[in-house]
Design a protein around this ligand. Structure first.
Ligand SMILES: Cc1cc2nc3c(=O)[nH]c(=O)nc-3n(C[C@H](O)[C@H](O)[C@H](O)COP(=O)(O)OP(=O)(O)OC[C@H]3O[C@@H](n4cnc5c(N)ncnc54)[C@H](O)[C@@H]3O)c2cc1C
Ligand code: SF4
Length: 338
């Protein structure tokens, strides 16, 4: 690990001012970076992938609003410093936003969830082994060096949203609930506060996989808002993994449904473990609207969701696994007793 200096900040504006001094580099490449729970940052620092010269510890912000869960008339407001474990166990989230609680409870381990923050969670970096192993060419870690995964072992890699520059999977679970429920993100940056759709936080890899988000240098995530709707109570997460605990998704689906009997008024679908960014399957949602949700309709929606998939040598199985996961998630969500 390269030497670094460490500061604490309990003042959001001062933290942003300090981090903005780092200049124009994307946040993950900047010499000054934030640390919250540290479960992702320290891992990547030890591997030599993250190389900040200065870490700004923002955990003290958790004593303010940034560490609170607020239930508002229109939905949920989650402070970026709320711990995963706290949100996962919150009675109102369990009852009214089950997919949010499930994506958190099925992630990582209890110990990690006790430490990890919601803001840090959505910004977690890919587990691509060629990204984590600094001996390999990797366009995300070292722009222009190539992508070892294209011809390497790509079983874990994405089949949706890929480019010829990068096929790394976005592995987080919580983000799938957020994108399915049309969450928004509030930030504080050098230009002040702003709010934008969660779906605009992460960037497709394209030619520049090293630029992972649309955050500006020094911009701090402060809150995540999840709007309430007729679909939020009937929401559910299915996560398929190589072992049943403490493991990232091979394929997952977050589904929220608004039903009139068995007929779909509205459907929200997000797919995890399969794409380079948190992935919304909007064409599949459109195909379900106005239809009776039975196995046939679920299978047809799954076909549509995976029509753009581009499997590689070792991950073709993810297309079949992804379809089955989505069908199961749709049928289990339909069967929920509300
Ligand atoms: C063994 C293991 C298994 C795991 N399994 C899963 C899993 O199954 N599913 C899953 O979803 N996750 C999994 N994780 C990932 C884990 O959930 C994340 O490491 C954790 O959520 C990150 O949160 P943190 O607060 O520790 O972030 P940190 O490590 O502190 O920060 C992560 C990144 O976010 C930035 N950051 C943090 N907070 C902010 C903020 N408020 N504003 C702007 N930037 C910020 C940091 O600069 C850093 O780049 C696993 C991790 C490990 C180590
Ligand atoms: S898939 Fe992306 S992260 Fe993995 S080696 Fe290729 S460029 Fe790097």
């Amino acid at each position: 690990m390269q030497p670094f200096s460490y500061q604490r900040s309990g003042d959001a504006r001062a933290a942003v001012r300090a981090a903005t001094r780092a200049g124009a580099a994307p946040p993950t490449e900047a010499p000054i970076q934030f640390i919250a729970g540290g479960t992702n940052m320290t891992d990547y620092m030890k591997l030599g992938v993250a190389r900040p010269e200065v870490l700004i510890d923002i955990n003290e912000l958790g004593r303010q609003d940034y560490g609170r869960i607020e239930l508002e008339e229109g939905g949920l407001r989650l402070g970026a410093l709320v711990r995963m474990a706290e949100a996962q166990e919150h009675p109102k989230i369990l009852a009214d936003y089950p997919v949010v609680a499930q994506t958190l409870a099925l992630a990582a381990s209890q110990q990690i969830r006790n430490m990890a923050s919601l803001g840090g969670n959505v910004l977690q970096r890919t587990r691509c082994e060629y990204f984590r192993g600094t001996a390999f060419p990797c366009n995300k870690r070292n722009p222009g060096s190539g992508c070892a995964a294209l011809q390497g072992i790509n079983r874990e890699h994405a089949v949706l949203g890929t480019s010829e520059a990068c096929i790394a999977t976005y592995h987080g679970d919580f983000a799938q609930a957020l994108i399915a429920l049309d969450a928004t993100v509030e930030t504080l940056g050098p230009g002040g506060r702003r709010q934008f759709r969660f779906s605009d936080l992460h960037r497709l890899p394209g030619e520049t996989p090293n630029i992972e988000t649309n955050l500006e240098p020094g911009e701090l995530i402060t809150f995540i808002r999840v709007p309430a709707g007729p679909h939020t109570r009937r929401s559910h997460y299915v996560k398929i993994r190589d072992r049943e605990s403490y493991q990232f998704a091979v394929a997952s689906a977050a589904v929220a449904l608004d039903l009139d009997g068995d007929t779909v008024r509205d459907a929200r679908i997000a797919l995890g473990g399969l794409a380079t960014v948190p992935w919304r399957a909007r064409e599949a949602e459109a195909a379900l609207r106005g239809k009776a949700l039975d196995e046939e309709a679920a299978l047809a929606a799954a076909e549509i969701a995976f029509a753009p998939a581009k499997p590689r040598e070792h991950n073709a199985f993810k297309v079949a696994a992804g379809k089955q996961t989505l069908v199961r998630a749709l049928l289990e969500t339909r069967a929920m007793q509300i």
